[in-house]
Design a protein around this ligand. Structure first.
Ligand SMILES: [Fe+2]
Length: 341
C-alpha cells in the first residue's frame, strides 16, 4: 500500500482506540452507483487486508450526489463511486468531493484518467465503439466517428438518446477535437442518418443491428462482450452477426471514459477513504474492478478478462477524461440544437 496522505492510516476510526484491529472496529461508508457482483469481492478483500468494514449504499448516481449534498456536514459518506467522467463532474460541481493527494495513486493511475487536482480517480477504462451488421457489410464500412455523419449512411444508424451521459461524453470528446461548430454540423449529419428515433440502452442498439433495423449502431464495447459471454445462445448469436469497429485508429483514437471514485468532502473516516481508494489501485482490486463489467483496468500491466485482452491493442483518445465533464454542458446544448432527442 502506498503513502497515506492523512498521516497514520487506519488509526482514526470513529470512536475507537487507535490500534483496534478487530474486524468491524473501523468502518468505511461507500455510496456507489456501481452494482457488480465482483465489487463485493473487492470490499471483502479490503476488509481482510485492513480490518475496515465497508458499509455500502447503492443508488442512482445523481440521487446519491443529491443525497450527499442534502446530508451536508452530517453525511456519513466517505467515498463516492460511479461511472462516466460527466457524472464525476456533477459530483465535483455539487461541491461534495475532497482532493486526495496520494503518491501511490499518482504513480499507479495514468494522469489522463484522474482529475488534474485529484478530486476523483478513474479505476477502469470503458470505450465507445461502432457496431455494424456483418450481413450487410463484409468489411467495416467506416473507420471513424466523423463518418457517422456522412450522407452515405442515411437511415442506417441506431443510437440511444442524447440524455445519456455516454453519448454526451462522446460528443464532449469530439468538441475537444474539432471545436463546437464542426461538432454541431457532425451531430446534424448523424441525426439525418438515424434509422429511428433514439431509444433504449446500448444493448438495444446491438439488438437492433442484429435484427436488421439498422446497419450501424453506437455503444460501449462491454455491452457486446456481455452478450458474447452470455449463457443464452441467442445472446451469443447476436455477437456473431454484429461486428465491432474501434474508431479513429489513425487520428485521436477511440473514445474512452472511466469508472471512478472519490473521497467525499468532510468524510468522517477520511483515512479509511484514502486507504480504500489506494486499495482500488492494487493489482488485486484492479482485476476485480474491471472484470465485473468487462472493462480495462486503469493500472497498466493488469490484465482485463481474456475476452477483451485484444482490445488493448487499439489506440485510445488520451485527452484527460476531465475534459468530458468540462465540455458536457456545451455537448448537451449542441445535441439539442441538432435535434438529437
Ligand atoms: Fe453502462
Amino acid at each position: 500500500m502506498g503513502k497515506m496522505t492523512h498521516g497514520a492510516a487506519f488509526a482514526l476510526g470513529v470512536g475507537l482506540a487507535a490500534g483496534a484491529s478487530v474486524a468491524g472496529a473501523q468502518t468505511l461508508n461507500l455510496y456507489t452507483a456501481r452494482h457488480y457482483d465482483s465489487d463485493e469481492a473487492i470490499y471483502e478483500a479490503f476488509t481482510a487486508e485492513t480490518g475496515i468494514e465497508v458499509n455500502v449504499l447503492e443508488g442512482d448516481s445523481d440521487q446519491l450526489i443529491e443525497r450527499i449534498r442534502r446530508e451536508g456536514a452530517a453525511s456519513p459518506a466517505d467515498v463516492f463511486m460511479t461511472v462516466d467522467a460527466a457524472r464525476l463532474r456533477r459530483a465535483e460541481d455539487a461541491g461534495i468531493l475532497a482532493a486526495v493527494d496520494s503518491d501511490y495513486l499518482a504513480d499507479r493511475l495514468p494522469a489522463e484518467l484522474r482529475h488534474p487536482e485529484n478530486l476523483w480517480f478513474g479505476f477502469s477504462e470503458r470505450v465507445r465503439v461502432i457496431y455494424y451488421d456483418t450481413e450487410v457489410y463484409d468489411e467495416p464500412p467506416l473507420t471513424t466517428y466523423e463518418e457517422l455523419a456522412d450522407p452515405r449512411f442515411e437511415g442506417e444508424i441506431c443510437i440511444r438518446s442524447s440524455s445519456n451521459d455516454y453519448n454526451q461524453s462522446m460528443v464532449a470528446a469530439l468538441i475537444a477535437e474539432h471545436g463546437l461548430e464542426a461538432t454541431e454540423a457532425w451531430a446534424e449529419g448523424l441525426v439525418n442518418n438515424m434509422a429511428r428515433a433514439p431509444q433504449g440502452g446500448d444493448t438495444d442498439q446491438i439488438r437492433a443491428v442484429a435484427a436488421g433495423e439498422c446497419s450501424l449502431g453506437v455503444g460501449n464495447s462491454y455491452y457486446w462482450t456481455r452478450l458474447q459471454k452470455s449463457d443464452d445462445a441467442d445472446d451469443r448469436a447476436l455477437t456473431e452477426r454484429v461486428g465491432l469497429i474501434f474508431p479513429n485508429q489513425d487520428s485521436q483514437g477511440t473514445h474512452r471514459n472511466i469508472g471512478g471514485a472519490a473521497m467525499v468532502a468532510g468524510a468522517p473516516n477520511a483515512d479509511a477513504a484514502v486507504a480504500f481508494l489506494e486499495f482500488l489501485a492494487t493489482d488485486e482490486a484492479q482485476e476485480l474492478f474491471a472484470a465485473g463489467n468487462n472493462e480495462f483496468p486503469a493500472v497498466r500491466g493488469v490484465d482485463p478478462v481474456p475476452e477483451v485482452r485484444e482490445f488493448l491493442d487499439y489506440n485510445y483518445d488520451d485527452i484527460n477524461v476531465a475534459v468530458l465533464g468540462e465540455n458536457n454542458a456545451q455537448a448537451v446544448r449542441l445535441m439539442d440544437r441538432a435535434g438529437w432527442r
